[in-house]
Design a protein around this ligand. Structure first.
Ligand SMILES: NC(=O)c1ccc[n+]([C@@H]2O[C@H](COP(=O)([O-])OP(=O)(O)OC[C@H]3O[C@@H](n4cnc5c(N)ncnc54)[C@H](O)[C@@H]3O)[C@@H](O)[C@H]2O)c1
Length: 474
């Protein structure tokens, strides 16, 4: 059922006796820290909790431990206002909150495609065994369907039944780079609940979002559903988005062999409102801490449930996506006239600038980033690669310590025979091809995101190659 926000949901009194529910966010990574800060901004009393002491120390100090536009100012404002605190003690969290949002990571397991639920298990059990009064535990992490039921069993095992602790699930759709806006002004809120009490308390915990919408003459749709649907909504949404990206990347592969231009194809099909033009940019493919591991975990779970066939197409979606990374290597070999053997291209003796390590612009997240993976494979093929990203350098260094990192875009491209633009940061999109041309050894560019003005670069004397675009002169 879809309930508009003004449908008169009854607000329950929070168990703490506070006028508005007190909120805790367990796990203060990209998701949990953003939520903690934004919900304090909405007027809630908020506690952020993490087992990572260094992360909590930074947050306490007014520093966001990752790059997210606009979040730092809100953090400092709400720390000063006294509505927001960060702790590393489960006791404090258990004693404080009415609603505990579980925001811990659910990465891909090392031994297969399934999600690693060990962080969910340890956070829930550690919290549950310390709860002394009624509370609601709400999962926000992306999880395989069935997890909420399992969390409910864990809670039943570790809490006194007299307390009436309940579980709910509310998947999260924020996009890194737009996270503040997405949390304060979401497209929709989805909650999986089993009782009116959980529904009402969760409504009260989101009332700030609905109230803000009302002042701006907007409505935030609220979908109230069961546990399984709430869990599935998130992975279904990510499966759809990944499929859309891989669809256009598959079209790019066809354009490459048929001589078409996928950017024009995407524009033309995107005018059909049934298709739409968003998420239809061909390039080096999707990455990050969500889409790749979510589509894999979804397939693994469907297999366990006996419905593996239904999601077999996601295997192809994954393969199309990974093939795009190899395409950059192939293009590099072509442009640099290097031989390709059974082990791939030999790029030894070449100098390549790799611009971008973050999986997308306005983020420092390099988890499963195509850009960083491509930089690493160019280096593995023997090239002397200089890597630069406006925000992702620290994470990239930690993930790929053997790569050579440059201080700036100019530093990375100086002396390069080939420039690869791998993340569509504004700094790269708006770079002056004339000025860069004066720094490089050869004017060869691979536009891994189709984000550069090909005509402008060609006019400045560059040999330009995009993804799924014809060779100039063909
Ligand atoms: N990042 C996104 O854009 C996004 C969007 C929607 C959903 N999600 C989902 O949200 C979840 C978290 O993602 P993230 O990107 O914030 O991950 P993250 O790795 O940035 O953060 C996870 C945090 O959980 C902490 N943690 C681990 N075990 C803990 C424990 N026992 N108690 C308390 N904290 C603990 C870690 O120290 C870390 O700070 C994942 O399931 C992800 O799929 C993420």
């Amino acid at each position: 059922m879809t309930i508009p926000y003004h449908s008169g949901n009854q607000l329950v009194e929070p168990p703490s006796g506070a006028p508005r529910p007190r909120l805790a966010f367990v796990g203060t990574g990209y998701l949990g820290a953003t939520y903690a800060i934004c919900f304090a901004e909405l007027g809630y009393d908020v506690l952020g909790f993490d087992i990572d002491e260094a992360k909590i120390a930074k947050l306490r100090d007014g520093q966001v431990p990752f790059h997210e536009p606009g979040l730092g100012e809100l953090l400092r404002k709400n720390l000063t206002a006294g509505r927001l605190r960060f702790v590393t003690s489960y006791e404090e969290v258990a004693g404080f909150a009415d609603v505990h949002f579980i925001c811990v990571g659910t990465p891909q397991r090392g031994d297969g495609m399934n999600a690693d639920l060990s962080y969910v298990e340890s956070s829930v059990t550690n919290l549950a065994r310390r709860l002394q009064r009624r509370a609601l535990i709400v999962g926000k992490s992306t999880v395989p369907v069935g997890t909420a039921e399992w969390v409910e069993q864990l809670v039943a095992k570790y809490t006194d039944p007299e307390l009436g602790i309940e579980v709910a699930w509310s998947p999260e759709f924020l996009q890194e780079g737009f996270a503040v806006e997405d949390v304060l002004r979401p497209d929709r809120i989805v909650v999986g609940v089993k009782s009116d009490w959980a529904n009402s308390l969760l409504y009260a915990a989101h009332k700030g979002v609905f109230d803000l919408a009302a002042t701006e003459d907007r409505e935030v749709p609220l979908v109230v559903t069961d546990f399984a649907t709430a869990e599935l909504v998130k992975v279904a949404a990510n499966a759809f988005l990944a499929t859309k990206i891989s669809f256009i990347n598959a079209m790019a592969e066809i354009c490459e062999v048929a001589g078409g231009d996928v950017t024009q194809l995407a524009r033309a099909i995107g005018y059909d409102p049934r298709i739409g033009n968003r998420f239809l940019q061909a390039g080096v493919g999707f990455g990050g801490g969500c889409l790749p591991k979510d589509i894999r975990a979804f397939q693994a779970r469907a297999q366990e449930l006996g419905a593996g066939e239904a999601l077999r197409f996601l295997h192809e979606v994954d393969l199309v996506n990974l093939r795009r990374r190899g395409r950059v290597l192939q293009l590099a070999a072509e442009l640099l006239s290097r031989p390709s053997g059974p082990a791939g291209p030999d790029l030894s003796g070449t100098r390549i600038a790799a611009l971008g390590t973050a999986f997308k612009p306005n983020s420092d997240d390099v988890r499963d980033s195509p850009s960083l993976a491509i930089a690493a494979s160019l280096a593995k093929a023997g090239a002397d690669v200089r890597v630069y990203d406006p925000q992702g350098m620290e994470n990239a260094r930690a993930a790929q310590p053997a790569l050579m990192y440059a201080e700036s875009m100019a530093d990375a491209v100086t002396g390069a025979e080939l420039v690869c633009v791998l993340t569509e940061w504004a700094e790269f999109r708006n770079a002056d091809p004339q000025a860069l041309g004066a720094l490089v050894a050869r004017k060869l560019v691979i536009d891994g995101r189709n984000c550069l003005d090909a005509v402008l670069w060609a006019r400045a004397g560059w040999q330009y190659r995009g993804m799924g675009r014809p060779h100039p002169g063909r």
